[in-house]
Ligand binder design. Sequence first.
Ligand code: CUA
Length: 454
Amino acid sequence: MPAGGSLSYSLKYVVRLRTLGRNSVCGQRLFSFIGDMTLLSSFRHTFRRAYQALALAVLPLLLGGWTRGPQSTFQTEGPVAKSQLDLFYITLWVCGILFVLVAGVLAYGTLKFRGTDSDAEKAPPEQSHGNPLIELGLIAVSVVALVVIAVPTLRGIWYTYDVPEAEKANAYEVTATGYQWWFKFEYPKEQIEGAGALVTSNELVIPAGRPIRINLRTVDVIHSFWVPKLAGKVDMIPNRGNHLWLQADKPGYFWGQCAEFCGESHAVMRFRVIALAENEFNAWLAKQKSPARTATPLPNPDQPRMQFAAYTYEKQKRNAPGWTQEFVTDPFVSWIKKQELATNENLQLVDAGRKLFVEKKCAGCHVVRGHEGAGITGPDLTHVGARTTIAGGLLENSEKNLHRWLIEPGEVKPGNKMWNGGYNIRNDQGVWEQQIFINDTEARALVAYLHSLK
Ligand code: CUA
């Protein structure tokens, strides 16, 4: 409702409330009910205490909780998110001022003119049919308030729609595709001989300080692309080519999230954006374009080999994420460390893992370019060892988490297409059949192999 409209409505409401309080049967009943309520004063006291305690508990959440955290839109790190936040504040201020004005008049009128018992006998007050000058004035104020919101809104829509003309030449292009439940990222400018464009998944690496134009696609249902601190959100719609642009002001590590319900694991369909300085980005590109790495023997044969701890998994809540404190403190540092080679690789395990990658049919859905596999329905794993997250950004890419992800994928991320010990495919008789089973030892070998793929 426009500002003037609601203010004028509130004034009328005050007059009607007075009349109601004095004259109507209903009103008298209401007031006598309120009188009866004094009998319940001890109840009211307890209730008020509980209410105050609740309000006190919620207040810090309102003030602090919403404005911080890796997915907060209140801490912007790029011009698109900044323009969206600025617009939010303009709207908040205009609506906030109107709220205080309207609610203030309403509260003042309600208290000042509230009916009393003696009013019941009196005649109704003189009826008013409005004041044209006040009503026209309020309409004018409403129009001004709407214009104050509309101008920056339209400007914001225009700005966030596409890279500004002056910066188009400098923009870098990426294609993001939504899958249930992970994101594929393609770099159309980075062509690899015999393999097409460079493909990675779940971690979008971009150059900082440059506009990134992202084509948005989906292979199945509607997803939505959102990086709260950089930009968002735009839907990925079947058979429709959407796009958005974003820019990270400086190098950093940002959280992304699918923002459109897309099935049972929608809430954990995440991704990351890693912004690098231009030279580091180019070095990263060169490394990504190279085929998968083959682990090499350690220079010193006596050096201790990678050992895997015996993992026991407590029953966890479904979708429970697993993060180390180091990662929580500074994920960007974790990402940089992930690019380095392990100094204690266990070649036997790595070799065994590479064989299992084919035997266990991983290669049917995934590709490790230069090694085995041609599958494109799952994420490209050519350099999976250099990513900080697995399972669509749900888990940190640690030995224990990857081991668990291979052993019980359905438990980690319900409904996903990784097969292990589940009953995922119907046989000819229509019975759900166990397809693939990976035991503890095999999972260790696969972890060693996948983590060698830096
Ligand atoms: Cu994809 Cu929600």
